[in-house]
Ligand binder design. Sequence first.
Ligand SMILES: Nc1ncnc2c1ncn2[C@@H]1O[C@H](COP(=O)(O)OP(=O)(O)OP(=O)(O)O)[C@@H](O)[C@H]1O
Length: 225
Amino acid sequence: MDIRFEEAGLSFGKRIALQPLSLTLSERRIGVIGLNGSGKTTFARLINGLAKPTTGRVTVDGLDTSVDTDSVLGKVGFIFQSPQNQIILPVVRDDIAFGLKSRRLGKNAIDAAVDAVLDRFDVRHLADRRAHELSGGELQMAALCSVLVTGPDILILDEPTNQLDLKNRARVQSTIGRLDENVIVISHDLELVEDFERVLLFDQGCLVADGLPPEVIARYREIAL
Ligand SMILES: Nc1ncnc2c1ncn2[C@@H]1O[C@H](COP(=O)(O)OP(=O)(O)OP(=O)(O)O)[C@@H](O)[C@H]1O
């Protein structure tokens, strides 16, 4: 993974959501922390091209997110804060298959890919469940399968443990630990990122700390308290 911000920033009119910043990301697990409204989601949306920088540029493995937007979207999977908004079709199996629609695969190949991703996370029992009947943790796992079935190289998770009980939180944490994909996790749950390779701290639209978890989390506590 090679994500580069080159003086990339984003403003909405006069409101600066993210001050221009330059950095390169290549670590396998990267945490993004900071107070509400500090620019975390904006930073993540710039990586997968959902948002375009109003200054500078962002590249993912050499692809400019403003130019090669479709290729970048194929490379970077995004799991939103509320997985219920991400699941489009009523039944879990159909929703996971939906991501493969544009691939021109036959029914057997699609079924096999869906079963493989469900087995990967040991959630085959959710295949025929209706998404609106699932618990928060089950929904989180279904959303993860729906994104990973398309084979992204990089996965961004926006507050993946929000609203989860301790058991499901532990499950999501161990799932993140076992993923082969590069992972960028936005979280207010500091324990979740404390064994990551790198953590970024945002404050009022600025990147104010970038390094190993203990020092960056300590800096966050200074800002927050
Ligand atoms: N579409 C938009 N139009 C105007 N302002 C926006 C827009 N999207 C974000 N902002 C502003 O940009 C700033 C950063 O927002 P962002 O969503 O990146 O914060 P965040 O750190 O992810 O917050 P939270 O922890 O609450 O999810 C906020 O002040 C927000 O109001």
